[in-house]
Design a protein around this ligand. Structure first.
Ligand code: PEP
Ligand code: MN
Length: 337
């Protein structure tokens, strides 16, 4: 932390600031310029910078260290690569996840999974517990949905990811899923994140719809600091003033996160745009921007989908997209898997 004193701040206020930070476990390094005195506070304790800003003679406090330590590139220089069912996320890999928004029936998942496996997709998505904005909308099939997803996936040699919406579901999910998905609405559910830090399966952590990138990294830090180092971050669009698309897909989050963190960052262009015809262009742009994976909603018959049909691709559309992605990836030294 750098504490910049007001021009010509007197000796006694400088000393009071030094005393204040030393009492809280920081070492003070003072540098006196012609007009400004700057105090470097070095230490690992957590301190609210505003408490220092309120002291006499202080002009500004600049934090130079981050609270997302284990998540940061400073802590780990090389990309973390997470592998599930032979599919890698991170490094020079773009891992693919596809499937319906929600599990509706055995037939629906089976028909979709069959066509996806023809395109070599090895991780199937599908919500069993749906966090819907309206309490009257389809809420998912619950455990029955997880059973369907597991059973279909096993038949096709696929792994699965599904969204956990509550702490009480951890043991249930352990029985069925390979990747625990934490949705945008739960990115701030710190009790859930802490518990997910204790399990030994990968976590797909989505960015909250109004979350800053640093907040996403801090949520990941909750999981990593609990001992689970397998976190896949996901950009899924944020809420802005724009209404044409469901969310504004923040693709700049890819290079920003890749610089700040070693964790893989994947993109969900389905929720990111909310419109089927916008999914392929944004998926391609994501790969071009260096994402480490994609999660895409695909339904064998989107017009009949109980949830998010408007943003779901048909298997045929997905197939064309998959072929295009395979052409784009090598240009940015990545491979689709
Ligand atoms: C989903 O993946 O189906 C979902 C609900 O996504 P999000 O949490 O990003 O809204
Ligand atoms: Mn959805």
């Amino acid at each position: 932390m750098l504490i910049i004193m007001q021009p010509l701040a007197d000796e006694s206020s400088v000393n009071k600031v030094i005393e204040f930070i030393e009492k809280r476990g920081f070492a003070a390094h003072v540098s006196k310029g012609e007009t400004h005195t700057v105090i470097g506070a070095v230490g690992n304790n957590v301190i609210d910078p505003r408490d220092i800003e309120l002291l006499d003679g202080v002009s500004e406090v600049i934090k130079i260290t981050t609270d997302y330590k284990l998540t940061s590139r400073t802590f780990k220089e090389n990309d973390t690569v997470i592998e599930v069912n032979g599919v890698k996320f991170g490094g020079d890999n773009v891992g693919m996840i596809a499937g319906p928004c929600s599990v509706e029936s055995y037939e629906q998942v089976e028909k979709t999974a069959q066509q996806l496996s023809e395109k070599n997709i090895k991780i199937l998505r599908g919500g069993a517990f749906k966090p819907r904005t309206s309490p009257y909308a389809f809420q998912g099939l619950g455990e029955e949905g997880l059973k369907i997803l597991r059973s279909v996936a096993d038949n096709f040699g696929m792994a699965i990811t599904s969204e956990i919406i509550d702490l009480s579901q951890i043991n249930l999910f352990k029985k069925y899923v390979d990747i625990f998905q934490v949705g945008a609405r739960n990115m701030y559910n710190y009790n859930l994140l802490k518990e997910l830090g204790k399990i030994d399966k990968p976590i797909l952590l989505k960015r909250g719809m109004s979350a800053r990138i640093v907040e996403l990294l801090l949520s990941a830090e909750y999981i990593l600091s609990g001992g689970n180092r397998q976190v896949i971050l996901c950009e899924r669009g944020i809420r802005t003033f724009e209404k044409i698309t469901r969310n504004t897909l923040d693709l700049s989050a890819i290079p920003v996160i890749k610089k700040l963190s070693h964790l893989p960052i994947i993109v969900d262009p389905s929720h990111g745009t909310g419109l089927r015809d916008k999914v392929a262009p944004m998926a391609k742009a994501s790969v071009a921007a260096g994402c480490d994976g994609l999660i895409i909603e695909v339904h064998y018959d989107p017009d009949t989908a109980l949830c998010d049909g408007a943003q779901s691709l048909t298997p045929k559309e997905f197939g064309y997209l998959y072929d295009d992605l395979n052409k784009i990836a090598p240009i940015v030294n990545k491979k689709i898997n």
